[in-house]
Design a protein around this ligand. Structure first.
Ligand code: DLL
Length: 432
């Protein structure tokens, strides 16, 4: 089922027309109301009148996270404070948090795009949605909550954590959809199995997972563990929150709600847009937001776009699954390594559980990469030779993909920290 056929299945010409109109309105709005953008545009010698078509987006200035920090908390608001009905914030790893203000119209659009996303994942008003994303300043909990209510489904607003209660309520209330981070879904699956619950007998049928990178191989693991179909939902607080894009039944990329968020993919070095199919940095311009519209916001997420036809019937552009952020890249002995590459290999190895951690260190002048990994009990052996066989097999597979030597360290069960939200999969001791 498609939630909003008019906007999700329109022709490219119609979409272009709508985007042109909305982009012009947004540019005028921020030029008028936000000093930061007015100054930036003046410095570039452009005025709102120069934006005549959606393709003119390339003339506009970029926005980066630092701009949000520098204007903390209300500097980028484009609506009067009294028009703002909700604030969200994201702490990030360093410095001041960033704050996002939504007007009533923004909040309604947020609920619209999440309803679309749940629907494209196969959800209907008959579903019971267990929202195990964190509620609060994070957009995950409230985002899924209002989207599911808008769809007309039954929401269980349990928030993240308290896994024992998650398991009890999941069974008692008969949840059919689980919404949380993929790492938390893996943890819930593991906990259900450990408690002897037969997940095949649960009514749970769909997972709506996102907020962190996860490989296709991890998706299959979670699908097997929970006996569900798992979908990928993408978004970021600065742009709105979850629902900026979501996978459909084809599982071949994520449809972007491009009538609200115009995407571009750029080469992060030259800042020039790249062609469809080419990986680069994802950039969004919000074209309907009132509270805090952003022009050409650089997400740091790496993806590519495709306008190819999708069998699901939606015509909205698709972005490829985000496997990494440019800031996630580790440089180990001069070689670029993305943690997701390691995950893809590990999740194809039957002996590996979903619990792993990468530890990067420096011994003398030499970088080292250790992979701590919990192995499946059925493969755990007291025989040193058997553990060595498994370790060597994993080592060989990971090294052939990464091209650098790694240390595989099978650890005791339950030694690796479990995630209830966004997982931490890398410890880089070189920075400590
Ligand atoms: O994580 C919003 C969200 C909540 C998305 C729930 C999906 C589900 P932030 O905390 O601002 O917002 O973090 C945004 O998380 O720039 C990506 O790097 C990453 N991210 C979000 N969704 C995905 C995904 C929320 N499906 C940042 N795959 C983004 C990979 C994702 N990375």
């Amino acid at each position: 089922m498609i939630w909003n056929e008019t906007t999700e299945c329109m022709s490219r010409d119609q979409m272009h027309h709508i985007q042109t109109q909305r982009l012009k309105e947004t540019v005028s709005r921020v030029y008028q109301n936000v000093e930061f953008y007015r100054k930036k545009m003046q410095a570039m010698g452009i005025e709102p009148g120069d934006i005549k078509d959606a393709d003119d987006i390339v003339k506009l200035p970029f926005t980066v996270k630092k701009d949000l920090r520098d204007n903390y908390p209300y500097g980028l608001l484009s609506a009067h404070r009294s028009e703002i009905v909700r604030l969200h914030a994201s702490s990030g790893t360093t410095g001041k948090p960033i704050v996002i203000g939504l007007t009533r119209k923004d909040v309604n659009i947020f609920a619209e795009i999440v309803a679309r996303a749940i629907c494209s994942a196969g959800g209907t008003r008959d579903d019971i949605v267990q929202v195990a994303y964190g509620y609060g300043l994070f957009t995950g909990g409230l985002g899924l909550h209002y989207g599911a209510e808008n769809l007309g489904a039954t929401v269980v607003p349990i928030s993240g954590g308290n896994t024992a209660k998650q398991m009890t309520l999941m069974q008692d209330f008969g949840a059919t959809i689980l919404a949380c981070t993929p790492s938390y879904a893996a943890h819930i699956a593991e906990s259900l199995h450990a408690a002897g619950v037969d997940t095949e007998k649960l009514p749970l049928r769909i997972g709506i997972f996102g907020a962190e990178p996860w490989s296709e191989e991890m998706r299959h693991r979670i699908e097997e563990g929970l006996h569900i179909e798992a979908h990928d939902i993408y978004g970021l607080s600065e742009v709105m929150g979850p629902g900026v894009a979501c996978s459909c039944s084809m599982h071949d990329g994520l449809h972007i709600a491009e009538d609200h968020f115009m995407p571009e993919v750029i080469d992060p070095d030259t800042l020039e847009p790249v062609k469809d199919g080419t990986m680069g940095e994802l950039v969004f311009t919000t074209i309907t937001k009132e509270g805090m519209p952003l022009l050409r916001y650089r997400t740091r997420d790496l993806s590519s776009l495709t306008h190819e036809k999708c069998e699901c019937g939606r015509t909205n552009v698709r972005m490829s699954k985000i496997m990494a952020r440019s800031d996630d890249m580790l440089i180990i002995r001069g070689v670029n390594v993305f943690p997701s590459q390691v995950e893809s290999v590990l999740m194809n190895i039957p002996e590996a559980t979903t619990n792993y951690m990468l530890i990067v260190d420096r011994k003398g002048t030499m970088d080292t990469l250790e992979i701590q990994l919990e192995l499946n009990e059925e493969y755990m052996s007291d025989e040193i030779s058997e553990i060595n066989r498994v370790r060597n097999n994993i080592k060989q597979k990971v090294e052939s993909v990464l091209g650098i030597s790694v240390i595989i360290n099978p650890v005791e069960r339950k030694t690796i920290e479990r995630s209830e939200g966004k997982a931490r999969r890398v410890i880089d001791r070189r920075k400590i």
